[in-house]
Design a protein around this ligand. Structure first.
Ligand SMILES: C[S@@+](CC[C@H](N)C(=O)[O-])C[C@H]1O[C@@H](n2cnc3c(N)ncnc32)[C@H](O)[C@@H]1O
Length: 306
């Protein structure tokens, strides 16, 4: 959900709910492009970020992002976030499909401000970007529909969007990046049954967060042992600071999480999922208190503009 307004030539985006996450994805791809262009390059993403008035570094809508920005600064890790690399994987899949089906229709489900079209366009494909109506309004303002591209302002769970996809004679390929993990099992099942019932064939790539990795474990595994240790200590310090102010009911839970994290080994999945569940029930003020308790320059970055 969201709205738009122009401020000093930059477009101010107001987002809430799941849709907030779209600007983080865009920002991550722009950062990746600026810093590691041989790995991935998206000129349009860099251009778009310049147009938007949104402070990505202070975004704290998820524990993942809050911690990521805070700790990555201390560790000198790439701050774009690993989820950004899925764009590169998706591009490869699309390009492979287009070798066989150069006039295919590509459907980008939960498109946000994704600019994959500009990276893979071969001059022949048809492209469809689906997202919720307020997001499509923002998209249209920032990125008017080029030729061969259609924006569809509907929920991906609304069965009527299938009728908006024309030109399926040379095959259909769908991407759903950063979308399905926000939805429950029954909705995801409903979505796949609708696909099966409405299209004769096609391919889809999507990303999900595995139960065993708890979302965090997956990227924790790529950190060096030293980096993991710094991250763990930063977390423990933040939680201990918060513990002093936490309401009585939360202290016991925090004790358990702190003990689990204090062990000098990779935190197990349970500690991470407890931490996330606990984080999710904090109100905005409490969230900021915890982030404030991260030490060092990272705290300053997180608090800028708050
Ligand atoms: C994490 S963002 C990913 C955006 C884009 N795929 C990318 O990689 O930049 C999730 C997107 O899903 C969209 N979304 C959430 N619920 C949706 C729904 N019911 N139908 C369609 N899109 C939805 C949000 O508005 C947001 O743009």
């Amino acid at each position: 959900m969201g709205g738009i307004g122009v401020q000093q030539e930059k477009v101010k985006i107001q987002l809430s709910g799941i849709s907030q996450s779209m600007s983080g994805c865009l920002w991550g791809r722009a950062q990746l492009s600026k810093r590691y262009s041989s790995l991935f390059y998206d000129e349009k993403a860099i251009e778009l970020v310049e147009k938007i008035d949104y402070d990505h570094s202070t975004s704290n809508d998820t524990l993942f992002r809050g911690i990521w920005f805070s700790v990555s600064e201390n560790l000198n890790l790439p701050e774009f976030g690993l989820f950004t690399l899925r764009a590169r994987q998706f591009d490869e899949k699309i390009k492979t499909f287009l070798k066989e089906h150069p006039r295919a229709s590509i459907v980008n489900i939960g498109a946000g401000l994704d600019t994959t079209f500009y990276r893979v366009d071969n001059g022949l494909i048809r492209w469809y970007d689906i997202d919720l109506p307020p997001v499509i309004d923002i998209r249209r303002e920032l990125l008017p529909e080029p030729d061969r591209v259609t924006y569809i302002a509907k929920s991906f769970l609304d069965p009527s969007w299938y009728k908006d996809i024309k030109h399926t004679e040379d095959g259909i390929f769908m991407i759903a990046g950063g979308l399905l993990h926000f939805f429950g099992e029954s909705q995801v099942k409903q979505f796949f049954s609708m696909l099966a019932n409405n299209f004769d064939g096609g391919e889809i790539v999507f990303n999900v967060i595995s139960r065993s990795s708890d979302g965090f474990g997956a990227w924790m595994t790529i950190l060096s042992p030293e980096q993991r240790d710094v991250m763990r200590r930063a977390l423990v310090n933040a939680l201990k600071d918060w513990w002093k102010k936490a309401p009585r009911g939360q202290k016991e839970k925090l004790n358990d999480m702190i003990s689990a994290l204090e062990l000098p080994k990779k935190p197990n999945g349970k500690a991470w999922s407890d931490l996330e569940a606990w984080w999710n029930q904090l109100n905005e003020k409490e969230t900021m208190e915890v982030l404030r308790s991260f030490r060092g320059p990272s705290a300053a970055t997180l608090m800028r503009g708050s």
